[in-house]
Write a protein that binds this ligand. Structure first.
Ligand code: ATP
Ligand code: MG
Length: 466
């Protein structure tokens, strides 16, 4: 019964995922993957979704686990939903270690030794010990692995699926869209998805980071300038908005656009024309606007720091992207997606996440959202000694929720000590004083960073906002 193609690695799998990403199709078939770890060396095998296989040592077994502690016919796996294991009267026994989260979200491991010929269900988070060989078996649907959309988005939670449906519907309309959500939640990827799914997808997608534009250059950058408009303007130059013609302009961090320039932007949105600095006449442009912010713009309007009329113009439709902690179903599919991508970048097969590592991810709160998860997995994939990511590779505290590098979002005004102050100072130094980027690095919102600067008495390094 040797129908198992032993040694077929996950690389083949990745190719398939890539093909599906290109064609946009996806099969609903479940598949079973087995990771065998023999003295620290892991090999990954794809198994059929049905039937049964014998694990053992030598050619008498369907899957050869070449280690002295393994019997020739050690255990049988019944492949299906769920996967079931049976010990075949092995010399050193079969143990099933199942990790579950208890009501306090603490990982508990149940260690069960199987009697000869006894059967047990193998949960996705379980590890089998055949003698001293560790076997992980995972029954995965495509949903759980990497169902990346053609635009590279992984969407598994009902909340994000709903949001993407909305994206499909509004993409075809000319409506301006305002994307709101915490830092790292995916505003950028959603903006790109809106463009990619719109009739303008053949045109340019021009992203403008309003926080990164130096104040003196905002006008010239956004609206362009004519020759001789100011000292140094030796040639005429179209602005970013003009270069987005027939496509989409993505106004990122729109909440950071200084009040003085908001009126001119409003005129572009209302009139569909842009006037270069120093030009006599405006030029018509055909641009779809998508804006994003992690600020509460409505509050900024109330405070008078954002123009109400511009707010309403930009928010033809508002899409709120929920933080990752409110859509936990996305955590594992995203983690596997990033592990596969990191593996491909490192020229290796995707690293598997150990059941313990998955448990740690499942209870982390991810204040830095998807970006933090991506950073955690990319770092872990680079650090992991074998083909399996262990909890310590994640560098996330297992007891408390926030990552060591992260700063809790809540209770802005409460100092947390020298350590945190130093991390903020370091992050600012690393980002040349750019608060937005430093906040990103710390996995917190810019708002929180700014308030912490006050708490710790750190001088604000960039221009003060009006
Ligand atoms: N659904 C998703 N699928 C795959 N990757 C995602 C998804 N959402 C976010 N990401 C990735 O996470 C990272 C952060 O996402 P993104 O840049 O879109 O966040 P953002 O909301 O724009 O953050 P910021 O407010 O800091 O600008 C990016 O690397 C992005 O590719
Ligand atoms: Mg962004």
């Amino acid at each position: 019964m040797a129908f198992v193609q032993v040694g077929e690695t996950l690389e083949l799998d990745l190719d398939r995922v890539r093909r599906e990403n290109v064609s946009g199709s996806s099969s609903a078939n479940a598949r079973i993957e087995l990771v065998a770890i023999i003295e620290g060396q892991a090999s990954i095998h794809r198994l059929p979704a049905h039937g049964s296989i014998v694990l053992g040592r030598g050619s008498g077994a369907d899957l050869d686990l070449d280690h002295a502690s393994v019997s020739r016919r050690h255990a049988r796996l019944y492949l299906g939903d769920p996967v079931v294991v049976e010990d075949l009267g092995s010399a050193n026994g079969t143990r099933l270690l199942t990790t579950r989260l208890d009501a306090q979200a603490t990982a508990q491991t149940v260690d069960q030794r199987l009697a000869p010929n006894a059967r047990a269900t193998v949960a996705n988070t379980a590890a089998l010990h055949l003698g001293s060989v560790v076997v992980l078996v995972r029954r995965s649907t495509d949903e759980e692995t990497a169902p990346a959309t053609p635009d590279g988005m992984v969407v598994a939670s009902p909340a994000m699926k709903g949001l993407l449906e909305l994206v499909d519907r509004i993409a075809v309309s000319p409506l301006s869209v305002l994307l709101v959500g915490e830092t790292g939640a995916g505003k950028d990827v959603v903006a790109r998805a809106i463009h990619a799914r719109s009739p303008r997808s053949g045109g340019p997608f021009v992203a403008v980071n309003c926080a990164a534009l130096p104040e003196q250059l905002v006008e010239a950058e956004l609206f362009g300038h004519d020759r001789g408009a100011f000292t140094g303007a030796t040639i005429a130059k179209p602005g970013l908005l003009e270069t987005a013609s027939n496509g989409t302009a993505f106004l990122d961090e729109i909440g950071e656009l200084p009040l003085v320039h908001q009126g001119k932007l409003l005129r572009v949105l209302e009139g569909g024309e842009v006037q270069r600095v120093g030009a006599l006449k405006p030029r018509p442009i055909d641009v779809r606007f998508v804006a994003a912010t992690n600020r509460d713009l409505a509050r900024e309007v109330e405070r008078g720091s954002f123009r109400r009329d511009l707010f309403y113009r930009l928010a033809g439709m508002t899409l709120a992207i929920p933080p990752l902690r409110e859509r936990r179903e996305d955590v594992l599919p995203l983690a596997r997606h990033f592990a596969a991508r990191a593996g491909a970048a490192l020229g290796r097969p995707a690293a598997e996440l150990s059941p313990e590592a998955l448990a740690v991810l499942e209870r982390h709160s991810f204040p830095g959202n998807v970006r933090e998860l991506r950073n955690v997995i990319e770092r872990a994939a680079a650090l992991a000694a074998g083909a399996v990511i262990a909890p310590q590779d994640l560098h996330l505290e297992t007891a408390a929720t926030p990552a060591p590098g992260a700063i809790a979002e809540a209770r802005d005004d409460e100092p947390r000590g020298d350590d945190e102050r130093q991390r903020i100072v370091d992050a600012l130094a690393q980002c040349a004083g750019n608060q937005t980027r430093a906040a990103e690095l710390l996995g917190i919102s810019r708002r929180t960073l700014v308030s912490r600067l006050g708490v710790y008495g750190i001088a604000r390094p960039l221009r003060e906002r009006k």
